[in-house]
Design a protein around this ligand. Structure first.
Ligand SMILES: [Zn+2]
Length: 86
């Protein structure tokens, strides 16, 4: 979801809002209650394109799942339903 930046034309308040593309742009400033919010085209929304977003923790996220030595010892079925156990 893209992040939009708004600035209030009345009090200068700035904020970032995560919105769907289909959402209506905000108008009402939460600070001064004026309907003077203006959507800014800022670098914030394009941060996805740059680097730094994807390479956060992916390097260390490889799970070392090789240590699971096949569960039960003995090898028999043990359940008695297949007939291989004595
Ligand atoms: Zn305001």
């Amino acid at each position: 979801m893209p992040i939009y930046e708004y600035r209030c034309g009345a009090c200068g308040h700035e904020m970032e809002v995560m919105q769907k593309m289909s959402d209506e742009p905000l108008k009402d400033c939460p600070v001064c209650k004026e309907s003077r919010l203006k959507k800014l085209i800022s670098a914030t929304g394009f941060r996805l394109k740059g680097k730094g977003w994807y390479e956060t923790d992916f390097k260390n996220s490889k799970k070392s799942s090789g240590s699971s030595s096949s569960g039960k010892s003995g090898g028999g079925c043990g359940g008695g339903s297949c007939g291989c156990a004595s």
